[in-house]
Design a protein. Structure first.
Length: 299
């Protein structure tokens, strides 16, 4: 047999062997994937993400996708003749904008269901309204009324457990209802964190447009591959973390302190970033874990 073919085959075998302890460790465990950013608008990256999540499902994980759709919502808001408005990073959502957001998120949701099922895995798309999954209160930004934006106050994960038990892959769009059954838009990061806490996920993975958490945001060489909660708090207090990463990191800490074993912040612009982080010893993003948590095959 050609030595080149043998060499290539051995390389593939080594990759599979490296992944084996991770597959054993996390078999039948729940992993929540927050899917957003550039990976949602680039068709090739979108296909890679769905391939990754489908593979996780097929090797024994129990993945749940929570997706955003902010860029697509803004595009359709502009098409309607309105100008997208944001207050402290949150979309100002009047009644018409809420209708557009729900329509767009539903469309995105079903497109992801279709992509997963094309790869041979059964998926079910739901919103936070289904089965009372996400119950919200009205959210204010610095005391300012920003319309139909919800703050999650309660998660009922029964529908997710039922779907996982029946071997479906749940795909959730971040829309919920209040006590009056009015519809609210929810920040997708918040929804992913709340769902991960409710199901006590083994892992919560954020696909973002940055490589991970930096000690110095201006220096890419300072990427932190593994971050304990206490160190994360120090970075936040010291002012080294800013912008959209600040609430994301706060959500990660809250998730870990409420039952989630480990949180990963990954660059969704890198093809197959989920597999590289979860199944390789080096990883490529930032893994956040509790102060007492043991490292796992990251030597």
């Amino acid at each position: 047999m050609d030595t080149k073919i043998i060499s290539e085959g051995l390389q593939k075998a080594e990759v599979l062997i490296e992944a084996l302890p991770y597959i054993q460790r996390f078999n039948r465990k729940i992993i929540v994937v927050k899917y957003g950013g550039s990976a949602m608008v680039d068709e090739e990256l979108k296909r890679h993400v769905i391939q990754d999540v489908t593979l996780l499902k097929l090797v024994g994980f129990k993945p749940i996708i929570v997706h955003g759709g902010g860029k697509e919502i803004s595009r359709w808001v502009e098409k309607s003749g309105k100008e997208p408005e944001f207050v402290n990073g949150l979309r100002k959502t009047d009644e018409e904008t809420m209708e557009i957001a729900e329509m767009v998120l539903g469309r995105v949701n079903k497109s992801l269901v279709q992509m997963v099922q094309e790869l041979g895995v059964l998926a079910v798309g739901i919103s936070g309204k289904d089965g009372g999954l996400l119950k919200v209160d009205k959210k204010y930004s610095g005391g300012q009324d920003i319309g139909y934006v919800g703050e999650i106050k309660e998660v009922n994960p029964k529908i997710l457990y039922d779907l996982l038990e029946k071997d479906f892959l749940p795909i959730v769009c971040p829309v919920g209802m209040d006590d009056n059954f009015d519809t609210y838009n929810i920040n997708a990061d918040d929804a992913a964190c709340a769902i991960a806490r409710a199901v006590e996920a083994e892992k919560l993975a954020f696909l973002t447009d940055i490589e991970g958490v930096y000690k110095d945001p201006k220096d890419p060489a300072t990427l932190i591959s593994e971050l304990k909660v206490s160190h994360a708090r120090e970075l936040m207090v010291d002012g080294n973390i800013g912008g959209g990463m600040l609430p994301k990191l706060a959500g990660c800490i809250d998730a870990i302190e409420n039952g989630v074993s480990r949180v990963h912040i990954l660059d969704g612009r890198i093809a197959h970033c989920l597999l590289l982080e979860i199944f390789t010893n080096k990883g490529i993003g930032t893994a956040i874990l509790g102060d007492q948590a043991e490292r796992f095959f990251k030597e």
